[in-house]
Design a binder for this molecule. Structure first.
Ligand code: HEM
Length: 448
């Protein structure tokens, strides 16, 4: 396999997994939740099997493929151990299949829990090898460490941590002696895991790669070492650490620790927004190239969803207060003092609105550019997917929060899944077509 095509099998596997065990299954789960009028009516393991396929299959495989393809060029080196890099595909892809299917059917066929554990083992191996290769790229690079590298390296470290955490957490939940123990485990350890996966791994990786890639794509001055940006990077890490320890201590030591969680959330959210502004990731001028302008729309909307998600996080205490005030008699969430729907909306805004939209937009540009070489531009821009993904995400976020106030929102929210899966299907089909055509071409002189 040529090194400039190494991202292709990873991307195709990520698309296949999201269109089966990931988004497609998520849409089916959402339809059942709408019918049953509850976000907690579906078994924990079914929901987590979907979440797992999305984080490890969709997000991780995609990131792995593109980091093998992009990072060596950014560092002025070549990919070390290309065969090892390729081996991480069957390890991670196979691991996700075993783990997600095993977790999904484990309550019907108990032997499947063991199969799922083997899947987690393969994922740990893949994550370690991936981490080793990425650290080799940076270690042997002639270029000095730039701020964007801090973001990428931190994302890789969080990625490895979450892979171990996820495996151990899965074993603990499948061995819980009774429902009370399971509930205790989930309420203490699941939320920190999601923080690591979404903010620690996904968000930091996108921010790091964007700082390096956007100047090249849009002809800006490179973003190298900027002291305020480095400070913001450390503020994000401190914020994350505060959120993680606050979430755990809140359950183990008492609710007063919610203050630590919230301080961490504020620090992480404001430092992230400041980092996006400071690294000028939103600094676009209209271009004469219509394809460039199309890409800019994807990126802008992705950042809007990131800011919406972070804004909702910051407003959480105000929301709970307002919910208590407005819907005390009607809302289960107001009575419990915890809104599953609101948390779900925060997560969906960032996983689909930000991460997925950014992945779709930027990869459309890169894959079509790489196919035809830089001089023959043939960029497709997936317009229907762009509208569908934003429509779906809006319906989901508004609809899911709306269920706290009125049960009729349960009938509207499932439509979001249909729009989002259609968006991913249409986009994925285009990517398959482009990559398939590319398999027989050899005229590539990549610039990026
Ligand atoms: C594209 C269409 C998608 C649909 C229809 C969908 C649907 C759902 C549903 C119905 C739930 C359970 C309810 C909730 O917790 O809000 C859920 C949870 C989850 N989803 Fe998705 N999802 C989609 C995309 C994604 C993506 C792209 C990711 C990650 C990259 C993701 C990661 C997760 C995770 C981690 C959970 C578990 C959250 C928890 O800890 O409770 N989903 N999803």
């Amino acid at each position: 396999m040529r090194l400039d095509k190494i991202h292709q099998p990873f991307t195709l596997s990520a698309i296949t997994l999201t269109l089966s065990l990931g988004a497609f299954w998520g849409a089916w789960i959402l339809a059942q939740m709408g019918f049953l009028k509850s976000f907690t009516a579906i078994s924990l393991h079914t929901i987590n099997a979907h979440g797992h396929a999305q984080i490890f299959g969709w997000l991780s495989l995609f990131v792995m493929g593109f980091s093998y393809r992009l990072l060596p060029g950014f560092q002025g080196s070549t990919l070390p151990h290309p065969h090892l890099a390729l081996a991480t595909l069957p390890l991670m892809g196979g691991g996700v299949l075993l783990r997600s299917v095993g977790e999904g059917i484990g309550s019907l066929f108990p032997f499947a829990w063991n199969v799922a554990m083997w899947g987690s083992g393969l994922e740990v191996l893949a994550a370690l090898l991936y981490g080793f290769i990425i650290f080799r790229i940076f270690l042997f690079s002639a270029n000095a460490l730039e701020t964007s590298n801090y973001f990428v390296l931190a994302a890789v470290i969080w990625f490895i941590i979450q892979t171990f955490y996820d495996g151990i957490y899965f074993i603990a939940t499948t061995h819980a002696a009774d429902p009370k123990t399971l509930l205790r485990l989930v309420s203490t350890w699941q939320a920190p895991l999601r923080e690591i996966q979404i903010h620690g791994f996904g968000m930091l990786m996108v921010l790091g790669v964007s700082q390096k890639l956007f100047p090249r794509l849009f002809g800006w001055h490179p973003i190298t070492r900027r002291p305020p940006l480095q400070l913001l990077f450390w503020a994000i890490q401190m914020g994350l650490a505060g959120m993680l320890s606050g979430l755990i201590l809140m359950r183990l030591r008492g609710h007063a620790w919610a203050g630590l969680w919230y301080s961490g959330a504020l620090l992480m959210a404001f430092a992230t927004m400041a980092a996006v502004i400071k690294s000028r990731l939103l600094y676009f001028r209209a271009s004469e190239d219509p394809f460039q302008n199309d890409l800019i729309k994807f990126i802008r909307f992705a950042f809007i969803w990131l800011f919406i998600s972070l804004g909702l996080l910051v407003l959480l205490p105000a929301y709970m207060g307002a919910l208590h005030f407005i819907a005390q008699g009607v809302s289960k969430a107001a009575k419990m003092g915890f809104s599953h729907a609101y948390y779900g909306a925060i997560r969906h805004a960032i996983t689909v609105g930000f991460l997925t939209q950014m992945m779709m937009g930027v990869s459309s540009k890169l894959i079509s550019t790489w196919k035809n070489n830089f001089t023959q531009f043939e960029t497709f821009f997936p317009w229907a997917p762009f509208h569908l993904i934003n429509l779906g995400c809006t319906i989901r976020v508004v609809g899911q929060i709306g269920t706290d106030f009125h049960s009729s929102f349960f009938y509207i929210t499932p439509f979001s899944g249909v729009f989002e899966v259609t968006a991913l299907g249409l986009w994925g089909f285009q990517i398959f077509k482009i990559i398939k055509g590319d398999l027989h071409e050899s005229n590539i002189h990549p610039v990026i």
